[in-house]
Design a binder for this molecule. Structure first.
Ligand code: ASP
Length: 419
């Protein structure tokens, strides 16, 4: 018997996982079903994520270094860098503004019971209390790190930076560094074979992750935060289903339906793992095999995007800051909302592509306009749910970017040839 395609398997696993989770949730946390099954689900989902993380650093390193090494020598590399930067910043700003507009229109949080604060605060793990200058200082000092240390600790951003510099140096050396350039791209191809193997068990991993996620959410808290969640989800979906497809259609003429079908695998993995970095391996595969993005473009845009381009996170952080302001009874003026917008963009760039990373950088957004950071205690319990969707949007943004930049770079090559 032939198995259905991997896409269909993952989709079915997501649906059955959510149903199984809802059943377990209904049984209650003391039920024998939850007690016996949750640890198994957690272990299975955890192992799948471990496997993805295992290939992450080799993948990021070889992909950025070999991508930049071959791109550097390309006649249009300056243009590609510029369009990438414009695309990343432009779409992230759009997302943050959309988050702000929606929160201003629907004003969630105004009617919430404040005693939720106390309840959630007591169970909260308070992250470090960083002021903006402290945050910037810590952030900047974590960029240039010994590559050995960064790789051993699984720190993606410094690994990307080192790989970028290495790639540029290889490009600069020209033919003299051909052996190294080829070695890096061969290692990359081999790592992608491993990714292929890991993806074969993705349906099992996705089932376990989603079942565990749905089984462990608290229904009561959902009800209180319903409007905030609905508005945020609405914003994320609008960005993912209207803004991105619009950009794609206008710039490249790509039809949204076919695009979504091709990237399903990556969206579902992002949704289940809540991590752009853990999903990167799948994102790369989708871009190369389903979207036919030139490898030299995919290789450098996607790993960079997985750590710095996070539209879903920016939309969420800007919106959540306004939600907190509503809860605290503070009215933010236009200027303050502008600061929130800027900070949300910065915070999304600074957030690594890990589960709930946006929650941690959220503190700097709240602090920038004097909002109580204690309020994230309210957001934490529902963060995993929103994180799943915003991570999928983050990954979609990277994939849309790769198609757009690929399109422009092909056009530039054609223009150049016909000149
Ligand atoms: N989980 C998100 C990601 O990996 C980051 C965040 O918003 O927390 O893309």
């Amino acid at each position: 018997m032939r198995l259905p395609s991997l896409n269909v398997q993952i989709l079915a696993a997501a649906v059955f996982g959510a149903l199984a989770g809802a059943y377990l949730n209904h049984q209650g946390s003391d039920s024998p079903e939850q007690q016996s099954l949750l640890p198994v689900l957690q272990l299975t989902g955890g192992l799948f994520v471990d496997l993805l993380k295992m290939v992450l650093i080799p993948l990021v390193f070889t992909s950025v270094a070999s991508g930049v090494a071959s791109l550097g020598g390309h006649e249009h590399s300056g243009r590609i860098w510029r369009s990438t930067l414009i695309y990343y910043l432009g779409t992230t700003a759009l997302a943050a503004v959309l988050g702000l507009i929606l929160m201003n229109v629907f004003e969630p949080g105004k009617g919430l019971q404040i005693n939720l604060f106390d309840q959630a605060m007591s169970s909260m793990n308070r992250p470090d209390n960083l002021t903006l200058p402290e945050f910037l200082h810590t952030f900047l000092r974590s960029i240039f790190v010994s590559p050995v240390k960064a790789m051993a600790e699984g720190a993606v951003l410094p690994t990307v930076i080192f790989a970028l510099l290495l790639g540029l140096s290889i490009a600069r050396r020209g033919e003299g560094a051909d052996a190294l350039r080829n070695l890096l791209s061969e290692v990359l191809e081999v790592v992608l074979v491993m990714v292929d193997w890991i993806m074969r068990i993705a349906p099992v991993g996705v089932f376990a992750l989603l079942a565990h996620l749905v089984a462990t959410q608290q229904a009561g808290l959902f009800a209180n935060l319903a409007l905030f969640i609905a508005v945020t989800m609405g914003g994320l979906f609008a960005h993912g289903l209207i803004v991105f497809p619009g950009i794609l259609l206008l710039t490249t003429g790509t039809k949204p339906w076919g695009f979504f079908r091709s990237i399903q695998e990556a969206l579902l993995t992002a949704f289940a793992t809540c991590s752009s970095s853990a999903t990167l391996a799948v994102t790369m595969r989708v871009a190369r095999e389903h979207l036919r993005v030139a490898p030299r473009i995919a290789k450098f845009i996607l790993p960079l995007g997985a750590t710095v381009n996070m539209d879903g996170t920016a939309l969420y952080e800007a919106g959540a800051a306004l939600f907190v302001a509503n809860l605290a009874g503070i009215d933010l003026n236009v200027l303050q909302q502008g600061v929130v917008c800027l900070m949300a963009i910065l915070a999304s760039i600074g957030a690594p592509g890990l589960p709930s990373a946006g929650m941690v950088t959220m503190i700097m957004v709240l602090q920038s306009v004097g909002l109580p950071i204690e309020a994230i205690a309210i957001l934490l319990p529902v963060d995993r749910l929103i994180d799943a969707v915003r991570t999928a949007i983050n990954v979609e943004g990277d994939l849309v970017g790769s198609v757009v930049i690929d399109h422009f770079s092909r056009q530039a090559s054609l223009d150049h040839r016909s000149d």
